[in-house]
Design a protein around this ligand. Structure first.
Ligand code: AMP
Ligand code: ZN
Ligand code: FE
Ligand code: FE
Length: 273
């Protein structure tokens, strides 16, 4: 039986471990196939695509693209794209480039309310490619003593409905799906339950979505069954992953979790069509 995880982050976005460490951990925990799906960049994937073969791991090209649908942060996973495709690379770069100024704006809003964290501290936690995301600001809030954990940070300061929230540049979900498909990739809606509103999902499906991340490690069985039904009804491929970042319970999940083998069959068949 193949052991599969199609949603893994490294420290080229907001994961804690380097791509090399993630692959070694995956090999150690007996995975056969993984996809590195960093947010809005493929630098970590590029760094280890040859190393994966040395470890006897199949590494699928992946990325998790930040998009906007009806003002909400929607994550679109892409797989098996041509990783030299200029339009895809340009789109990822545009999102990535907007992050620095956006982090400065968030910190300014925090400072205005007397919360003294500074950009240098946040930068010291940044990804290896200087990727800056809210999880890095979250870490500064915790380590400076303003919050006890990430839930407090996102609930009170930097979550979507909080005073210090600043959106980053993100393409519409429709545009991101179009760009992935012109790069011969498959576009998959990540962790669909986090949208909290299925009507939005039907809109996203209508933009040409290929699949849905039904077998997400961090949701319950009922949720899996629910999205499995929707995927089947709309003829979508199903994928699954742990969304490993390396913190919290991630170390327990990574290794015990596997996406069902049929996921890989559906993904490959769809790639070859
Ligand atoms: P960003 O792309 O900089 O807006 O950061 C988004 C990332 O922050 C997500 O991928 C999650 O890892 C994390 N995140 C977003 N909302 C929450 C939340 N409510 N609790 C914990 N982590 C969150
Ligand atoms: Zn993340
Ligand atoms: Fe996500
Ligand atoms: Fe993720």
């Amino acid at each position: 039986m193949e052991k599969i995880d199609l949603h893994v982050h490294t420290n080229f976005s907001d994961g804690l471990y380097s791509p090399e460490e993630v692959l070694e951990l995956a090999a150690d925990r007996e995975y056969d196939v993984i996809a590195i799906t960093d947010h809005d960049n493929i630098d970590g994937f590029l760094q280890v695509k040859n190393y994966a073969a040395e470890l006897d791991l199949e590494l699928i090209p992946g990325v998790e693209i930040s998009t906007l649908e009806q003002g909400r942060d929607v994550h679109i996973l892409a797989y098996f794209f041509d990783w030299k495709n200029p339009e895809l690379l340009a789109l990822l770069k545009k999102i990535y480039d907007s992050r620095y100024g956006r982090a400065e704006q968030i910190i300014e809003k925090l400072n205005e309310e007397g919360i003294r964290i500074d950009i240098e501290q946040v930068k010291s936690y940044a990804g290896r490619n200087n990727y800056l995301g809210r999880p890095h600001i979250c870490r500064a809030l915790i380590e400076t003593g303003y919050c006890n954990n990430k839930y407090e940070a996102f609930d009170n300061y930097i979550g979507e409905n909080c005073f210090a929230y600043v959106p980053k540049f993100a393409p519409s979900s429709r545009e991101a799906i179009r760009v992935v498909k012109q790069a011969s990739g498959l576009a998959v809606l990540a962790h669909p339950y986090t949208l909290g509103d299925d009507s939005m999902i039907y809109d996203i499906i209508s933009y040409g979505l290929d699949g849905m991340e039904v077998f997400y490690a961090k949701c319950n069985d009922e949720t899996v069954i629910h999205y499995n039904e929707i995927a089947k009804m709309h003829n979508l491929i199903r994928t699954g992953g742990s969304d490993f970042h390396g913190d919290g319970f991630d170390m327990d999940i990574f290794g015990t979790y596997s996406a069902p083998e049929k996921v890989l069959k559906e993904l490959r068949r769809s790639r070859d069509e």
